[in-house]
Design a protein around this ligand. Structure first.
Ligand code: RP5
Length: 175
């Protein structure tokens, strides 16, 4: 049973949510990817939102570009928390989607991550689920510890070899 529903407004948004899916997989969080447009298939989008809570979906991530009404429309039809993921497409490079998502009217919140911030959308969903799920919290803590260890390793290497050697190694694909 999916705990996170990832909804995209178009199949052209699918490459963006790849990183969201990968991150949820690393955290062992069951998820589904659904195509439903607020503008082109409004009935499908609303039906998904209405059924989400009863199906056990605990968080919805809605990815869309341009005048991105998808997360707002979903949030209007479900008590499940909705995370908006603005997609960089069109003349405004995703700023239109960002503003459409983040500037919700009072009463219908959408938690919006940065333009194209697919990994953060997954991590925010995990943090929301972790409030009531100690196992998700544990995996999230492991994930954070992994990130910390990777940066500490880099910091040690930089201190060891200095800037130019570090950059040369990095450009060569290491350390
Ligand atoms: C939005 O319009 C979609 O979320 C997509 O990012 C954008 C363009 O859609 P397509 O014309 O590529 O289907 O609704």
């Amino acid at each position: 049973m999916p705990r996170v529903g990832i909804v995209v407004g178009s199949d052209s948004d699918l490459p963006v949510v790849r990183e969201t899916v990968r991150t949820l997989e690393k955290l062992g969080i069951a998820h589904e990817v659904v195509l439903a447009s607020a503008h082109r298939t409004p009935d499908r989008a609303v039906a998904y939102a209405r059924d989400a809570a009863a199906r056990g979906v605990g968080v919805i991530i809605a990815a869309a570009g341009m005048a991105a009404h998808l997360p707002g429309v979903l949030a209007a039809h479900t008590p499940v928390p909705v995370i908006g993921l603005p997609v960089a497409v069109g003349a405004m490079g995703g700023r239109d989607a960002l503003y459409s998502m983040v500037q919700m009217p009072p009463g219908v919140p959408v938690a919006t991550v940065g333009i194209g911030a697919a990994q953060n959308a997954a991590l925010l969903a995990a943090r929301i689920l972790a409030v009531g799920d100690p196992e998700v919290r544990r995996r999230l803590e492991e994930y954070v510890a992994g990130m910390r260890a990777a940066v500490e390793q880099k910091a040690d290497r930089l201190a060891q070899v200095g800037l130019e050697a570090y950059l040369a190694e990095k450009e060569a694909g290491g350390p």
